[in-house]
Design a protein around this ligand. Structure first.
Ligand code: NAD
Ligand code: DAU
Length: 339
């Protein structure tokens, strides 16, 4: 099979490229990425010389380029990770989220139709369901939970999902959609909670916790997400949505304190800052469908996974220090300077 992975220089796409290149030497993996601020070719170093791997730089929203690429490569499967992925950035600059996440997806769908792709998989998020109250631990997102978005990011991801499902119903395109909870693990860009807190704690810098730190996220190790997507593209039913999550709910404060403890750093580094506008309170996935229909089960619980992840950041300081020394250092000042 020839598989197009978009956004494969990012966090989850990069981990997925590693997973697929190593697991399926008989398949061809083409990684298409624009290399925005979030794309990093250093993430691909471990696979760049493998004969079943190829990198192409380009924009999923660039229609002539995408059409030409699909004509030339004749992909069997498309897995679309490429996106603007950070909620805070979508609050300061929503426009690029519409371009990449909505128009980019629709461009890939048109190309998939035109060139007879056998499976188009859309990597989506639990954020399309909005949030759950903090005082109802009995409630979970199922695939039937209505779309109810909060941020420009989640609105753009939900729009993309609706296009994907519409292309199935209207044109018969063989699609699947997965909606996963918060990922953590290696190669996670240090603007997101866990790598941000690890890298700042290691430098004895303040840790900006939004509001009171009571918001809850449902954490899944990225390799469990990769295994779930692999299963869906091979065994998932066309036209279906699969939620992915492993019942690892933690408040943000619990996560930050776990990191501080593991690094032997004081809790006095925590600094409570102004809350994120529209901040979703709690995410929690009900993964019954993917577990019962496809037999997926996560391998990592949060305690094991976070310990491994912290160790990875300790062992791979060059990877994230390189990012922190570049353009991103200005972003942190801009984002947190007046909070
Ligand atoms: P990321 O920001 O780390 O990576 C995104 C990648 O997409 C980058 O390499 C970037 O260069 C590339 N990209 C951006 N715009 C592009 C364009 N126009 N054309 C081609 N490439 C482009 O994101 P991530 O955290 O790895 O998330 C990947 C996908 O998974 C996203 O679709 C996101 O919505 C979804 N998702 C993320 C999480 C999470 O916890 N991170 C959870 C569920 C779903
Ligand atoms: O649920 C899946 C989503 O998870 C993905 O779709 C998104 O692409 C991904 O970025 C992530 O979104 P979140 O907004 O949940 O992740 P983030 O790491 O930005 O924030 C996690 C929580 O931590 C959230 O409640 C906000 C809080 N936070 C975040 C940052 C960056 C802080 O308290 N301080 C911070 O500095």
């Amino acid at each position: 099979m020839k598989i197009l992975v978009t956004g494969g220089a990012g966090f989850i796409g990069g981990n997925f490229v590693h997973y697929m290149v190593n697991k399926y030497p008989e398949d061809q993996i083409v990684n298409l990425d624009l290399l925005t601020y979030a794309g990093n070719l250093e993430t691909l170093k471990p696979v760049e010389d493998k004969p079943n791997y190829k990198f192409v730089r380009g924009d999923i929203a660039d229609r002539p380029f995408i059409m030409e690429l699909f004509e030339k490569e004749q992909f069997d499967v498309v897995v679309n990770f490429a996106a603007e992925s950070h909620v805070d950035r979508s609050i300061t600059d929503p426009g690029i989220f519409v371009k990449t996440n909505v128009l980019g997806t629709q461009t890939l769908l048109d190309a998939s139709r035109a060139y007879g792709v056998k499976r188009y998989h859309q990597v989506s998020t639990d954020e399309v369901y909005g949030d759950l109250p903090l005082d109802r631990p009995d409630l979970f997102f199922t695939e039937e939970t209505p779309i109810h978005t909060s941020s420009p990011y989640s609105a753009s991801k939900a729009s993309a999902d609706l296009f994907v499902l519409a292309y199935h119903r209207t044109f018969g395109l063989p699609v699947t959609v997965s909606r996963c909870s918060n990922n953590y693990g290696p190669y996670h860009f240090p603007e997101k909670l866990i790598p941000l807190m690890i890298s700042r704690a290691l430098a004895d810098e303040s840790l900006p916790v939004y509001g009171k730190g009571e918001n809850v996220r449902d954490w899944l190790h990225v390799s469990d997400h990769c295994a779930a997507i692999d299963l869906i593209i091979r065994k998932g039913k066309v036209g279906e949505i699969y939620n992915i999550g492993g019942h690892n709910e933690r408040t943000n404060l619990e996560v930050v304190k776990t990191i501080l403890k593991a690094l032997d750093k004081p809790e006095s580094l925590i600094q409570y800052v102004t809350d994120r506008p529209g901040h979703d309170r709690r995410y929690a996935i009900d993964p019954t469908k993917i577990e019962t229909e496809l037999g997926w089960k996560p391998q990592y619980n949060f305690d094991t996974g976070i310990a491994m992840t912290i160790q990875w950041y300790l062992d791979n300081q060059d990877w994230w220090k390189h990012i922190l020394s570049g353009e991103y250092s200005n972003y942190f000042e801009k984002m947190y300077g007046d909070r």
